[in-house]
Design a binder for this molecule. Structure first.
Ligand code: FAD
Length: 278
């Protein structure tokens, strides 16, 4: 695993109202100094943020960013996906993050496509090489996976369906990433697998997210974070040290870049970036 030029990218989520949209754009402006290769904007499965994702992509493009919308196939028909792709293409968008997504419980039918691999094939069939396609990877296994091997097999199928690169779920165990990347390489996957990096700023939120998405917070990190109680400054300072160390270990070990989950805040990501020996 060696990349001469690591690729850095940022992720935002679409704002729910004007005030939070303003905050997202302020964060994006502050992060401009990092000159990321691209920024991405998440998508609520089932189309719940379709307009918000599109608006955020437009606003970020207006700031000069190469902005990539996430799109998920769960709950969507082929016709809806075709429409959405046409809309992005018309805007000049050249990169998308293709996902299955998670349907909020009790919401609607499953849609025409079952897995992200089918979405990648669909995008290639419909739009050829127009889009650079990113997909998701899970170094600690997707929470619904039957086994790590089956999950890897499906990841390989997704890459072979035409994905250009992958972004991982966030993790705090660098070894899990290197093990996953090695196993993917052994199966012939040479496209970049870029670690997704979650800054630590809020323990209860992190614990909740991690539980949902199957990320392990190592015991020593959990105990230290819990011990700070409501002392947010200490949580941030400790979290910064842990995640900056993780980023450096990943880059030193040959990771092809880093994708920062900014949570629409500039400071945590800026802090990490400035610390890195890039
Ligand atoms: P898939 O790759 O389809 O995998 C889903 C599960 O199905 C896995 O367990 C896999 O092993 C299994 N599987 C795959 N193919 C097969 C098959 N042929 N047969 C049987 N089992 C199979 N969610 C959102 O709603 N919006 C977002 O914007 C968003 N952005 C994300 C960005 C990143 C970088 C990551 C890592 C995740 C993101 N997610 C997002 C979460 C994601 O939608 C969920 O993790 C979802 O549960 C899986 O999506 P996927 O694309 O990885 O699915």
């Amino acid at each position: 695993m060696h990349s001469p030029e690591p690729v850095f990218s940022l992720e935002f989520f679409p704002a729910r109202d004007e005030a939070s949209s303003e905050r997202m754009l302020q964060a994006a402006t502050a992060l401009n100094e990092l000159s990321p290769r691209y920024v991405s904007v998440t998508f609520g499965a089932g189309g719940s943020t379709r307009a918000g994702t599109l608006a955020a992509v437009q606003a970020l493009r207006a700031q000069g960013y190469d902005a990539a919308p996430h799109l998920s196939c769960i709950g969507a028909t082929r016709a809806e996906l075709r429409d959405l792709l046409a809309q992005y293409r018309e805007l000049g968008v050249r990169r998308v993050v293709a996902l299955r997504g998670d349907m909020p419980s009790g919401m609607g039918p499953m849609g025409d496509l079952r897995y992200a691999s089918e979405l990648v094939s669909f995008i290639r069939a419909e739009t050829g090489d127009w889009f650079h396609i990113e997909v998701a990877a899970y170094p600690e296994s997707h929470p619904q996976a039957r086994s790590p091997d089956e999950d890897l097999k499906h990841f390989v199928e997704k890459m072979q369906a035409g994905a250009n690169s992958a972004i991982t779920q966030y993790f705090f165990n660098a070894d899990a990433y290197f093990d996953f990347a090695d196993r993917a390489l052994a199966r012939g996957i040479t496209q970049p697998i870029v670690p997704g990096i979650m800054p630590i700023t809020n323990y209860s939120q992190l614990a909740r997210f991690s539980e949902m998405c199957g990320t392990e917070i190592p015991r020593w990190i959990r105990l230290r974070l819990a011990s700070f109680g409501d002392d947010r400054a200490s949580i941030r300072a400790f979290g910064h040290d842990v995640v900056a160390g993780l980023c450096q270990t990943l880059l030193d070990g040959g990771a092809p870049g880093l994708h920062f989950y900014t949570m629409n805040q500039s400071e945590p990501t800026l802090g990490l970036w400035r610390e890195l020996d890039i």
